[in-house]
Design a binder for this molecule. Sequence first.
Ligand code: NZQ
Ligand code: ZN
Length: 379
Amino acid sequence: MQNFVFHNPTKLIFGENTIEIIGKEISKNSIKRVLLLYGGGSIKKNGVYDAVVKSLKENHIEFVEHSGVVPNPVLSHANEGISLCKRNNLEAILAVGGGSVIDEAKSIAAGYYLNNLWDAFERKAEIKDALPIFTILTISGTGSEMNPFAVLTNELDKKKWNIGAACLYPKVTIIDPRIQMSLPWSQTVNGGIDAISHILEYYFNSTVQEVSISVSEALIKTIVLCLDKLQVNQNNYPARANLAWAATLALNGFVGASTLGEWTAHRIEHGISAIYPEIAHGAGLAVVFPAWISYTKNTNPSQYERFAKNVWNCYSLDEALVAMKSKYSSWGAPVSLRDLNIPKEKIGEIAHNASRLGVVGNLLPLTEKEMAEILDLAY
Ligand code: NZQ
Ligand code: ZN
């Protein structure tokens, strides 16, 4: 096993009726004025907004609202958030939403201290400081609630790129799985498939980290089981709670300790949703990941066989890929570019877009050419 450092500074508060303590948690950090960041309004329908505002008021925390974060969040809206923070002397950001809201919060938090936020995404500026970030997670999947990464789209250049810095870990995250009962089914599925994909980004090249591999298999099987249960009853609290915790563990540094990640399927997916922002990240991964597995299967055959057997209870990888895709389909997820209504002629453009950050991957480094071949398989 390779040496590693595991240091996750996010305080995670998990369970029913936990949202009401957000004001106290912010207060404990001597913060009095926050940017309240949220998306298209789901939090106003399910009571989360009211609970948050009540808690902020009770704890004498002033707030300025910045709503309208879109799924696959965009640079222009993050820049507006930075201006709001500066104009109003805000001291922290409270993100209430999913990965999109939390990622935009991290971008604003970093951008507050930069001359030009996008420079950090272009790797031209280092993120050394950020406003403190607090989050209330409303959809599980990305792991952003307990990691130091953010993904943002520069909508003019169609670049969906990422940043990462230690100062971007949220200070406090609250997860009340009950509030995810208001999710549309398709979003629950997108989140679950995203979390499975995070685990798989590490799984295939880790052969000596038995803890990570065994935990990965257990987490994937847990997520599959929870989604199956939620498909029957979306108000099943234990299934919501286990799905939420598994998704956080999938990308908070625990599974990835001592393991090189691939992040190739993610890079290709970001190329898809950069061009088609209406496509959810998890939906894109449902299409790309099985194709990537099939394309790379000869790079580390014993690990792929182990995946087939231990995760899907199959004797061969080909059989496991059929099982994986039919499970995804049974949840209503797309499993081909056709399902996403992407024409074959677009493959070249997506591969070009996805490869603009350079070669990616360890098992099989991918250039534009290989990405196009994987997308062909996904068609
Ligand atoms: O905007 P509102 O009205 O809130 O609706 C949202 C949105 O339409 C809705 N929603 C969220 N919670 C809800 C709810 N609807 C009803 N009830 C609730 N409780 O769900 C929709 C999707 O939300 P979004 O935040 O976009 O989803 P997700 O958490 O999947 O985030 C996706 C973004 O995160 C990035 C993705 O690329 C994408 O941009 N990722 C971030 C990562 C990270 N920071 O580590 C890693 C991931 O690999 C990923 O790239
Ligand atoms: Zn992801």
